[in-house]
Write a protein that binds this ligand. Structure first.
Ligand SMILES: CC(C)=CCC/C(C)=C/COP(=O)(O)OP(=O)(O)O
Length: 569
């Protein structure tokens, strides 16, 4: 364990830890390989491959009937606040993709409303809900709708604090802020403080609900990852349209059944590839990689997309382990060169497992490029995929060099490289091609046009990953993380550095909101799915290394999302 005086490691301590695990840079067999001590995979592939879930034509007919009933509920619901709550429930129950037109009609109508048409009694709650939903669906509503809750000093009025529901909704709304929106900054600080006060004075169940909200705002969460919990909560409260709840359960099970089929295919691919056997130092986490892909896009018709993305996640992690755990600097330089030239001749001098890794990356990427071409048609994507892997490996090499030299960069220097080593660009480019209907010039144009969005999403991955994994990495003596860089640069404790990193995450989300809302990028489907990458990352690293360590939230999420169907009644 790294023990620090005043919470801060000394230069000597940091160096000691880095040296303890330093890679021997010779290439002969006596090389002293490191170990990250990753535990073996916990999932029984045979069991997952044996899962069956049958949905008959009758089930589909029943779901269609329920859909019609819910459509009718949209027509019947005329009161604005009730309409907003319906749209909110539909999203939280994972049904938004079934009612896109109805949601658009409802929000178009809400967008045109004058504020005083909303229920006076629940004014702040209704206003905040309206703001959040409109921005979530890409409408550029102004922060000024909150002005009437603010006093002459610019602060939110204390009289609003008595309504917990309103405070919570204000908190959620504040995370859809754009850069420079002062009222929304005040809203975030004011609601956070008040919710903390309520937590200290409330019963266990309310305190838990509020603490969960404070941990991660809705805007940073994936609706699909929370769907079973929401179905359960709505069922408990009991004040929800029963057709909506029935449809949500049925829809969830039907989607889960398609995911199980995809997952079996991925498992077969992974087992045949034999990488887990040959690269035993690396994390054998194919199920978590598939969960990642489901988080980015769960919609059943995007089967190919999930297949490609799960493979990409798996390679990001494996290659990261090759650079962080296994390879000597000389070996990593050769590996990077091979990826750069896309040529297996370059790897002949490498250890067997690195050859296998390169060959598997090479074959899989060529296959994905070929399949994208076959399924979508249009321009060739291979040069773009290659470039993304090349940049990723080059960024990992920079980190390996820092590590070898015992060098800790400034936070900015670290981030200038770390956004690329986060894998954000590799993931985003596959998302872009994976959801496009055809690879046209317009799609390729997004590679330039969407650069800022990809950068900010990558920063979120990098920082959430560092928040979740830096403690273990520090202990192992890995390359520096953003937290260590800031601790050393600003000479502050780990706690202060973590707070600073959290504030950069909040700021980065505002830039993402700017891209998606102010520049209307959220109307482009790619942007929505690319943004989901950041949300998956928040989930995975929220309480530690949810990817590498399989005994926490990620495992529970795999079970509830991919393995266990919901009881229908
Ligand atoms: C699941 C996916 C695709 C995550 C993307 C983030 C990433 C590059 C993780 C690598 O593992 P790590 O935790 O060892 O990170 P690093 O070595 O980059 O700090």
């Amino acid at each position: 364990m790294l023990t620090c005086t005043n919470g801060m490691p000394s230069d000597q301590q940091v160096l000691q830890f880095q040296m303890k695990a330093k890679i021997n840079s010779s290439k002969d067999e006596s090389i002293q390989r490191r170990s990250a001590n990753y535990k073996p995979n916990i999932w029984k592939y045979d069991y997952i491959e044996s899962l069956t879930s049958e949905y008959t034509a009758d089930t589909y007919k029943h779901a269609e009937k329920l859909k019609e009933e819910v459509r009718f509920t949209f027509v019947e619901t005329v009161e604005p606040l009730a309409k907003l709550e319906l749209v909110d429930s539909i999203g939280k129950l994972g049904l938004a993709t079934l009612f896109e037109e109805e949601i658009k009609d409802a929000l178009d109508m809400i967008m045109c409303l004058k504020d005083n048409n909303l229920t006076i009694e629940e004014d702040l709650y209704a206003t905040a809900l309206r703001f959040r939903l409109l921005r979530q669906y890409g409408y550029n509503v102004s922060q000024d709708i909150f002005i009437r809750f603010v006093d002459e000093t610019g602060n939110f009025m204390q009289s609003t604090t008595t309504n917990v529901k309103a405070m919570l909704e204000l908190f959620e709304a504040s995370y859809l802020a754009l850069e420079g929106e002062k009222i929304m900054d005040k809203a975030r600080m004011f609601s956070t403080e008040n919710i903390k006060t309520v937590i200290s004075n409330s019963d266990v169940s309310l305190a838990k609900q509020l603490s969960t909200a404070l941990e991660l705002p809705l805007h940073w969460r994936l609706e699909w990852y929370n769907v079973t919990r929401n179905i359960h909560e709505y069922g408990k409260v009991g004040n929800i349209n029963s057709n909506l709840l029935k449809l949500a359960k049925l829809h969830f099970n039907m989607v889960q059944a398609t995911h199980q089929k995809d997952l079996k295919e991925i498992i077969r691919w992974w087992r045949n590839l034999g990488m887990a056997r040959n690269l035993s130092f690396s994390r054998d986490r194919i199920i978590e990689s598939y969960l990642f892909a489901v988080g980015v896009n769960f919609e059943p018709q995007y089967k190919h997309f999930r297949n490609w993305l799960a493979k990409v996640c798996k390679f990001i992690i494996t290659i990261d382990d090759v650079y962080d755990v296994y390879g000597s600097l000389q070996e990593l330089e050769l590996f990077t060169k091979a990826v750069d030239r896309w040529d297996s001749e370059e790897i002949q001098q490498l250890p067997e497992c690195m050859k296998i890794c390169f060959q598997a990356l090479y074959d899989t990427t060529n296959e994905i490029a070929f399949e994208i071409q076959r399924v979508k048609g249009g321009k060739s994507v291979l040069p773009h995929l290659r470039k993304a892997w090349e940049n990723f490996c080059k960024a990992l090499l920079v980190e390996a060099k820092w590590y070898n030299q015992g060098y800790t960069p400034s936070l900015q220097e670290y981030l200038d490289n770390g956004w690329i080593s986060s894998g954000g660009s590799v993931l985003s480019i596959h998302v872009l091609f994976g959801v496009a209907h055809e690879i046209t010039d317009k799609v390729l144009h997004f590679l330039k046009n969407g650069e800022d969005l990809v950068y900010h999403i990558s920063i979120i991955i990098r920082l959430t990953n560092d928040q979740g994994t830096s403690a273990a990495e520090l202990e192992r003596g890995d390359a520096p993380s953003s937290i260590l860089c800031y601790m050393r640069e600003a000479n502050v404790s780990e706690e202060v550095a973590r707070e600073h990193i959290r504030s950069i995450i909040t700021k980065t989300w505002k830039s993402i909101n700017n891209q998606c809302i102010a520049k209307s990028l959220s109307l482009v489907p790619f942007a929505k799915y690319i943004t989901n990458i950041a949300r998956v990352s928040h989930f995975i690293y929220q309480n530690g290394d949810g990817y590498g360590v399989q005994d926490h939230e990620t495992r529970d999420q795999v079970v509830s999302l991919l393995i266990e169907p919901l009881a229908l009644d």
